[in-house]
Design a protein around this ligand. Structure first.
Ligand code: SP5
Ligand code: ZN
Length: 343
């Protein structure tokens, strides 16, 4: 399997993130991608390619242009105001406040365009996220060609980012960009299977009223797990999209048996949908050793996931890197999935 690697990830290097009102060492760090790249090369998984620039237009098919404009200039604005280091939001337009007027204040716009304070907006965030989307589009082209599959190695991740907000370490929703680009390339049915520990609230929201992109996710129950405010089992889609969204929330600490049973339920749904392309939001924070998550998968389970996805038999499959914070293990965990798929 070919890998498209986004070298610009390294410029997005937060040292700290907010957690319980304190700055704690950041979890979403450059070493994550470095370890995965090393593991991909050590396993001789296949060629490692650089992203090709597809421009801003495919990002604007998913994200509000005003949001992208803000994101591109945000860190420079922060610095111009005398801000040092990374920028964090601290005020949000929650219920009864207006989000239809873009304020002039930088602090206010940080809140308007974000969902949490746990996502440092670094000096390199825009470049890293922009090139991550380009790597995604490059991987999609490979998967839509004779290769029929590809892996995109990038960070920051994408699945928490909504049409007009960042959060959950995410800025550009790569899975959504890929799904929309596939539709624009002529595919009729695209499925996104999100196996990250966290519910992909951004991806779900972007396609919630659409029947052409099926979003399916198994994740830690939002009653106790981030992102808390989306990802319940009763979210089945709306309007034309009713029936094209499926969530399998699992209690923190759930067994591997429960996890694979939920995976089977989702794959059953997707089999009926018969996607022409399967996009896998591949977070490996389901690993037992993950420092911020509470499932128990290990190397054999990751290999079994890859094998099961191969058996699913989608005509084309695109793996996109999402979470996974046991830094030294994530390379081996990701490669286990990909090698399982190739077996
Ligand atoms: C893409 C992805 O996996 N995003 C996850 C975002 C999780 N944000 C909340 C993180 C809270 C970290 N708390 C760590 C406490 C460890 N003692
Ligand atoms: Zn996650």
């Amino acid at each position: 399997m070919k890998t498209v690697y986004n070298p610009q990830h390294a410029g997005h290097a937060a040292t700290h993130e907010f957690f319980r009102g304190r700055l704690v060492p950041a979890f979403e760090i450059p070493a994550r991608a470095d370890y995965v790249l090393k593991a991909v090369q050590a396993a001789a998984l296949g060629e490692v390619l650089a992203p090709v620039d597809h421009g801003l237009a495919p990002l604007e098919r998913v994200h509000a242009p005003a949001y992208l404009r803000f994101l591109r200039g945000a860190h420079a604005e922060w610095r111009a105001l005398g801000g040092e280091g990374d920028a964090f939001p601290a005020v949000w337009p929650v219920r009864s406040l207006r989000s239809d007027v873009e304020p002039q204040s930088f602090a206010a716009r940080m809140g308007l365009y974000s969902m949490d304070s746990g996502t440092p907006l670094t000096a390199g965030a825009w470049e890293a996220a922009y090139w991550g989307a380009q790597a995604t589009l490059s991987g999609l082209e490979i998967a839509l060609g004779d290769e029929r599959r590809a892996y995109v190695l990038t960070r920051p991740p994408g699945h928490h980012a909504g049409a007009d907000f960042f959060g959950g370490y995410c800025f550009i929703n790569n899975a959504a960009v890929a799904a929309q680009a596939a539709r624009d390339a002529g595919l009729q049915r695209v499925a996104i299977l999100d196996v990250d520990y966290h519910h992909g609230n951004g991806t779900q929201a972007i396609f919630y009223e659409r029947a052409d992109v099926f979003y399916a996710s198994l994740h830690g129950d939002p009653q106790t797990e981030y992102p808390f405010f989306l990802g319940h089992a009763d979210e089945r889609g709306a309007g034309a999209g009713l029936g094209f969204n499926a969530n399998e929330p699992l209690a923190a600490g759930s067994s591997n048996e429960a996890w694979f049973a939920a995976l089977e339920r989702l794959l059953g749904r997707l089999q009926v949908f018969a996607p022409e392309l399967l996009i896998v939001s591949l977070g490996v924070d389901t690993y037992g050793g993950d420092p911020i998550s509470h499932f128990k998968l290990d190397r054999p389970e990751f290999a079994a996931l890859g094998e099961r996805l191969a058996a699913f038999g989608a005509p084309r499959t695109l793996f996109l890197q999402e979470g996974g914070y046991a830094t030294e293990a994530i390379g081996l965990n990701v490669v286990a999935v990909l090698q399982g798929f190739e077996r």
